[in-house]
Design a protein around this ligand. Structure first.
Ligand code: PHE
Length: 344
């Protein structure tokens, strides 16, 4: 029996590698129910008592060697399988990440800011919660002006003793005043921002919307400068062949004042539903800054003159993207939003 055990030990020691299948066969051969080990242990009972100790040691040695070998071969096989696995391909392009798109109002604001910054305008901002002085009084609104009515303006604090009520700004012209208080002429700024008016919400009006204000103050600024600046803007925004028309109008803070129309971007002036068959679309208010406004902010109106203009971002975006209902800008319907570019 001792000889048989030695032979098995020798045999096992010689094995250096095995496939998965061979390994399993080896395990069954030695450690299985009907395997060599069980067989030898059965025979062990017949061994003479004086030889038992010696034989027991030998038998255990075989068992340990068999177990250790199986373990060793298993590890080897696993290491090999790992090695043969296809390597990660680091040159493979990444799965594309779905990006959101940019809101049409953001796109249009960015485009307007870009156009004006090319001719030297910089961006200024002001608070959305304002006081009466910056929204109305400094802009030459008389005390009884209807814009100061509760029906047009959202008040935060109304009827204050000092007359300087706190309210949500109704236009970005308040940034004109804040800029004149802060910066000495020459001034050349645009002010994009959110404005608030107490209006019923419909396809054509909303109580929250966006404006972009322009302000230009220097020596010898004339109405011709205003017209040229706006013509440049319109050609950049709507195309080289777009025409402009200035109609006399009224704002308390500009004199003279005008309303600017552009030739209809849809029918090119022939007349269609969008321009109500006039061939023209109104897009902004503008004018020469009233000397009272310059003086209220401490600028000498005998030395300096300037112009201002203000336009609605929603309106420009409606014309550019043919949006028929203003409410779509605020509903955040993905089907609407995803039609716009994801790149700024
Ligand atoms: N603030 C005016 C409005 O909201 C627009 C405007 C701005 C007009 C600047 C003239 C000059 O209607």
């Amino acid at each position: 029996m001792e000889e048989i055990i030695s032979k098995h030990i020798e045999k096992i020691k010689q094995i250096t590698s095995a496939t998965k299948e061979e390994l399993e066969n080896l395990r069954i051969e030695y450690l299985g129910k009907k395997g060599v080990m069980n067989d030898l242990f059965a025979k062990f009972k017949e061994v003479a008592p004086e030889n038992r100790k010696q034989m027991g040691i030998k038998l255990n040695e075989l068992k340990q060697i068999a177990q250790a070998k199986i373990e060793e071969l298993k590890e080897k096989a696993e290491a090999k399988a790992e090695e043969n696995k296809p390597k990660e391909d680091f040159t493979k392009p990444l799965e594309s990440v779905a990006l959101g798109s940019i809101h049409p109002l953001t796109l249009v604001r960015k485009e307007i800011v870009d156009i004006f910054s090319r001719i030297g305008y910089t961006v200024q901002e002001g608070p959305e919660i304002e006081d009466d002085w910056h929204v109305f009084s400094a802009l030459n609104f008389p005390p009884e002006h209807p814009a100061r009515d509760m029906q047009d303006t959202f008040f935060v604090e109304n009827g204050r003793a000092d007359g300087n009520d706190i309210l949500l700004r109704t236009h970005t012209s308040s940034v004109q005043v804040r800029t004149m208080e802060k910066i000495k002429p020459p001034i050349r700024i645009i002010a994009p921002g959110r404005v608030f008016r107490n209006e019923a919400i419909s396809a054509r009006a909303h109580c929250i919307f966006h404006q972009i204000e322009g302000l230009y103050i220097d020596k010898n600024v004339s109405f011709a400068d205003l017209k040229q600046n706006l013509l440049y803007f319109v050609k950049e925004m709507f195309g080289e062949d777009t025409k402009i028309r200035l109609r006399p109008s009224y704002f308390p803070f500009t004199e003279p004042s005008a309303e600017m129309d552009i030739s209809c971007t849809i029918c090119k002036g022939d007349g269609c539903n969008i321009c109500k068959h006039t061939g023209w679309l109104e897009i902004m208010g503008c004018g020469m800054i009233d000397p009272n406004v310059l003086e209220a902010s401490g600028i000498d109106s005998k030395v300096y003159s300037g112009f201002a203009f203000g336009m609605g971002v929603e309106r420009i975006a409606m014309l550019k993207y043919d949006v028929k209902d203003l409410r779509q800008y605020f509903e955040n319907d993905i089907r609407f939003l995803k039609q716009f570019s994801s790149a700024l």
